[in-house]
Design a protein around this ligand. Sequence first.
Ligand SMILES: Cc1ncc(COP(=O)(O)O)c(C=O)c1O
Length: 344
Amino acid sequence: MTVAEFVDLRSDTVTRPTAGMREAMASAEVGDDVYGEDPTVAALEAEVAALFGHEAALFAPSGSMANQIALQLVVPPGDELLCDADAHVVTYEIGAAAAYGGISSRTWPAVGAEIDPEVVAGMVRPDGYFAVPTRAIAVEQTHNRGGGGVIPLATLRELRRVADGHGLALHCDGARIWHAHVADRVPLAEYGALFDTLGVCLSKGLGAPVGSLVVGSAEKIARARFVRKRMGGGMRQVGILAAAGRYALANHVERLAEDHAKAARLAEAVAPYGVLATAVRTNLVPLDLTKHALDAPALAAAARERGLLISVLGPRTARLVTHMDVTEAQVDRAAETLTALLRA
Ligand SMILES: Cc1ncc(COP(=O)(O)O)c(C=O)c1O
């Protein structure tokens, strides 16, 4: 069996560009973006900045690089970032904040999207010579290890109040902020207004092959361009990829509701077996196998034998992700496979 023949629920990054997207890529006008001469990249950056109500945006090769560029803008070397213990920026970015930015990170206990702003406020360390000063707070919308949970707007407003009260920056790892926008119907600009910097991805759920953006003020993005080059992220005729991103924004945001509905169907199928970690709000279905006979690797291996790929996040934690390349029929097949395995 080749990977293409499996029902692939490992991640929403496995999607392949559609015919329309490939056409947009093939006909893209391009130039050398390190010289600032790629019109398609410039158009994408202007479009994304406007969507979030910010002055500027910068195209980056990956969500990790977008986050790490942004963090270097808001936290000087040696100073502190606060985020949750399960945040992508401190879990899956391979120590980049420390390695590249010299950033000291401190985490609040993993609670996914259910953040208590007072807990965060209690962690802030003031400026002074005796303790590492806190400079920024980072949140993740939607929350990946938090099962695709959506941080409520009211919580984000409270966090903004905490940040303002202490003179801190607020960063959003918005790899899947589109999903939050579709799930809660919060305008992207309303999210944008709450953050100093955002990292947003075109390659998770939106179906572009590559690409993320850092969003912020003109001053911050000018600096971000410098930091991106330093990190080796300056790209040349990359309008080909920006065109895929523009196509994704025009055609693949509202359809995320379909992925959410598919995830809800999978959640409904597995819920009777007591393995649903949290209520499903978007396109991620987190599985907690603590009380089940099968652990996560055993479930994933058995599913694979039956043509279904899922992600193992820990010994007893697994994840299903819906996306535009999974058909309704494949969701039905996946639900049947999982039900059969969990029932046994
Ligand atoms: C929440 C979140 N942030 C950032 C990223 C990083 O994206 P990339 O894989 O493009 O570096 C991911 C990747 O899945 C993610 O889930």
